[in-house]
Design a binder for this molecule. Structure first.
Ligand SMILES: [Zn+2]
Length: 232
């Protein structure tokens, strides 16, 4: 496949499919690959990490058609995106709502900014897997059967890959960010833990704290390479 000239980067080159609905009824959209799905990459499961959606969209808009092997979800939590909240419209931290053996009902702390203590509290949901955005994402993974799922976040500036995969190592090398196998604090009910328990390799790609321009310069080319790879 080839890349579109800059004049055409304003629009996404092909139509998505809907894989479900959010709490507020927004479509959950996936841009499927032209060939077999080897990689699923999703952004925006935390609605306040809008830069992940923007950067992945900018990469997708450079393609002249579907990725050969990569399925793309630009906004895994559209209600959080339109409201600018970390959680969904129920106020649930979706990345603690996955059905895992370590799921906990305790409120989930997170930081307001990188310098703040972890003292903002969100619900992990009334029960594991209670939220439609989580249910739909898991159904999409069961349907597409990707070999690896990449989850985009910000702003911890690392590649987190418990499986120490070649793809994770490539991303760390390509982005110059540290390669880690653990984010350093417990994440019960997270997507990464769900992946570990269900044999689905997960790579968490954490953008650095940076301006949109810096992210476009440094990370969009990496995402374009990912989307255009024909070997995986
Ligand atoms: Zn996040």
């Amino acid at each position: 496949m080839s890349l579109r000239p800059r004049q055409q980067w304003g629009t996404i080159p092909f139509e998505p499919e809907s894989y479900g609905r959010s709490v507020l009824g927004a479509p959950l959209e996936v841009w499927k690959p032209s060939g077999g799905c080897r990689t699923l990459i999703f952004a925006g499961i935390h609605g306040e990490e809008a830069e992940t959606t923007f950067a992945l969209s900018r990469a997708l808009r450079q393609l002249d058609g579907p990725s050969p092997h990569c399925a793309v979800v630009l906004a895994a939590n559209p209600d959080g995106s339109i409201r600018g909240t970390r959680g969904n419209a129920h106020g649930v931290e979706l990345n603690r709502n996955f059905p895992t053996s370590d799921w906990q009902s305790a409120l989930v702390p997170h930081r307001s900014t990188l310098d703040d203590p972890r003292d903002v509290l969100l619900s992990p949901g009334p029960q594991p897997g209670s939220e439609p955005e989580v249910q739909a994402l898991l159904a999409l993974i069961r349907e597409l059967k990707p070999e690896v799922v990449i989850s985009l976040h910000a702003p911890l500036a690392c590649i987190d890959d418990a499986n120490q995969s070649a793809l994770g190592r490539w991303l760390a090398e390509r982005t110059g960010m540290p390669f880690v196998t653990d984010v350093g604090y417990p994440t019960p009910g997270s997507f990464g833990t769900w992946g570990k328990e269900n044999g689905v390799p997960v790579v968490t790609y954490e953008f650095p704290l940076a301006s949109t321009d810096a992210l476009v310069r440094e990370h969009v080319p990496v995402l374009v390479e990912l989307l255009t790879r024909t070997d995986g």
